[in-house]
Write a protein that binds this ligand. Structure first.
Ligand code: ZN
Length: 183
């Protein structure tokens, strides 16, 4: 089932989400619905607060190279579920990338983040796994992990660049959250 999205202005996006205590049928269903929702929107990731659930769970689906060749085509990645993730050891080396967010439609901005990050999380089977992530995968995980801490990518844009986004953010809030909430 495709779930309705929470948009910029919705207080659920600003809450620090609570840990998942147990993998219940509801959690399994939520993860499945989140994957469908993300795919319907062509997103690279989706965090539970973006569909109104203030819990520490997100999914990512990052395109992969079809082979090791330099000019290999990118193919659709496999959705991965991260529950109660713990991020650590961010690299000193950072990169800049134009980010967007399904909860903030039509708004994009350059965000500086570490190039690599270590993540430990639980999967839907309740098993703990660890990964060393780089590049786009690392970035998407950091973006989604921000969501479960009530942080949005625009918070990481400062100064003049942020000022430029302000009217766009007001417009998104009005169009998607305030009007969306009453219709
Ligand atoms: Zn987002």
């Amino acid at each position: 089932m495709i779930l309705p999205l929470s948009y910029y202005g919705d207080p659920v996006l600003r809450k620090k989400a609570l840990p998942v205590e147990e993998i219940t049928d509801e959690i399994l269903q939520l993860a499945q619905d989140m994957i469908e929702t993300m795919e319907s929107q062509d997103g690279l990731g989706l965090a539970a607060p973006q569909v109104g659930h203030s819990i520490r769970l997100f999914i990512i689906c990052v395109p992969e190279k079809s082979s090791e060749e330099e000019d290999a085509e990118m193919v659709k990645g496999v959705p991965e579920v991260f529950i109660n993730p713990k991020l650590s050891s961010p690299s000193d080396e950072t990169g800049v990338f134009l980010e967007g967010c399904l909860s903030i439609p039509k708004v994009y901005g350059d965000v500086v983040r570490p190039m690599t990050i270590h993540v430990e999380a639980m999967n839907l089977e309740g098993e703990i796994f660890e990964r060393e992530l780089t590049d786009l995968e690392a970035r998407v995980v950091m973006h989604e992990n921000d969501h479960i801490n009530g942080v949005l990518f625009v918070d990481r844009i400062k100064g003049k660049e942020r000022k430029v986004l302000e009217p766009q953010l007001r417009e998104v809030k009005r169009e998607y959250y305030e009007q969306g909430a009453t219709s």
